[in-house]
Design a binder for this molecule. Structure first.
Ligand SMILES: Cc1cc2nc3c(=O)[nH]c(=O)nc-3n(C[C@H](O)[C@H](O)[C@H](O)COP(=O)(O)O)c2cc1C
Length: 190
C-alpha cells in the first residue's frame, strides 16, 4: 500500500502539517509506504503561472498514479481551503485521484468554518475523480498543543485522528473495483 500525504499550508511548521505528521507516523507503523509532499516542494512561480511541465509537479503526478490513497491537509483561509493548495490541485490531471481513497484534514482558528472542507475542498477532490472521500478531521487551533516540534493534540482530537486513520486504513484494504486508466480503457474497446 502506498499513500501520498500532501501538506497544503504555505507555512512550515504548521498546524495542519502537524496532523499529517501524526498520520504519517501512524500509517508507517503499519503496512503503508508513505510519500510526503508539501507546497515548498514546488517553485512558487510554477504554481502561480500554471507551469504544467514543472519537474516537481510531474514527479507528484507519477507518484499519485501508483498510490492507493491520499491524505491532504489544509489550513482554513477566508472560509475555504488555502489558495496555495488550490494552485497545485488546479495543475493535476482530471483523473489524478481515480481509484484512490482520500482523507481530508483541516485546521482553522474557529469551528465556525468546520464545513469548509465539505463545501470547498471535497468538490475539488470529486472533480479529480477520487474514488472515496472520507469524512475527514477538522481541528481548531486550541486543540493543537504543539506543532513546532513533536505534534501534540488534545485527547479528543487525537481520538478523532486515530478513528479517521483506522477508517482510512480499512478503506485502503477494502477490495475496490479498479477503473482502468484512460489508455487501458482505449485497449478495452478495441
Ligand atoms: C490569511 C489567513 C486567513 C485565515 N482565515 C481563517 C478563516 O476564515 N477561518 C478560520 O477558522 N481560520 C482562519 N485562519 C486561521 C488558520 O486557519 C489557522 O490558524 C490554521 O490552523 C493555520 O494552519 P497552518 O498552521 O497549517 O497554516 C486564517 C489564517 C490566515 C493566516
Amino acid at each position: 500500500m502506498r499513500v501520498i500525504t500532501l501538506a497544503g499550508s504555505p507555512r512550515f511548521p504548521s498546524r495542519s502539517s502537524a496532523l499529517l505528521e501524526y498520520a504519517r507516523d501512524k500509517l508507517s507503523a503499519r503496512d503503508v509506504e508513505v510519500c510526503h509532499w508539501h507546497l515548498q516542494n514546488f517553485a512558487p512561480e510554477d504554481l502561480l503561472y500554471a507551469r504544467f511541465d514543472s519537474p516537481a509537479l510531474l514527479a507528484l503526478i507519477e507518484q499519485l498514479q501508483d498510490a492507493d490513497g491520499l491524505i491532504v491537509a489544509t489550513p482554513i483561509y477566508k472560509a475555504s481551503f488555502s489558495g496555495a493548495l488550490k494552485t497545485l490541485l488546479d495543475l493535476l490531471p482530471e483523473r489524478a485521484l481515480q481509484n484512490k481513497v482520500v482523507l481530508p484534514l483541516a485546521t482553522g482558528g474557529t469551528v465556525a468554518h468546520l464545513l469548509a472542507v465539505d463545501y470547498a475542498l471535497k468538490p475539488v477532490l470529486n472533480a479529480l475523480k477520487a474514488q472515496e472521500i472520507l469524512h475527514g478531521v477538522y481541528a481548531d487551533d486550541s486543540q493543537i498543543a504543539d506543532y513546532q516540534y513533536t505534534p501534540a493534540f488534545t485527547p479528543s482530537l487525537q481520538l478523532r485522528l486515530d478513528n479517521a486513520l483506522e477508517t482510512f486504513w480499512q478503506a485502503l484494504h477494502r477490495p475496490q473495483a479498479v477503473v482502468p486508466s484512460l489508455t487501458t480503457q482505449g485497449a478495452v474497446h478495441v
